[in-house]
Design a protein around this ligand. Sequence first.
Ligand code: SF4
Length: 102
Amino acid sequence: MIKRRNLLKSATALAALPLIASTARASTPVSLTDPAVVALKYVEDATDATRVDKMGFKGNAQICSNCRFYAKTDAVWGGCALFQNKLVKGEGWCNGWVPLAN
Ligand code: SF4
């Protein structure tokens, strides 16, 4: 018979698994050949992209580090929620850019 304490320990361990998996993904840069990355025209240097004005923001002001989906991890990289938290460059950009919350 499974004791309640052991059941709670197991449930806690299982609940932590997605967190561990998420952390692992965040350390992996996006693949530039990933179909989702290609579809959204991600580039590691935003100045290589044609960025049109969007939501009141000039195109040339749009970079990953000021995007709502960006989560900075260090001075260069951050996880992108649109790409399963894989790393993108802070100076990058893609068509999914959305400004930080007002
Ligand atoms: S969604 Fe935002 S953070 Fe992600 S790649 Fe596009 S511009 Fe960068």
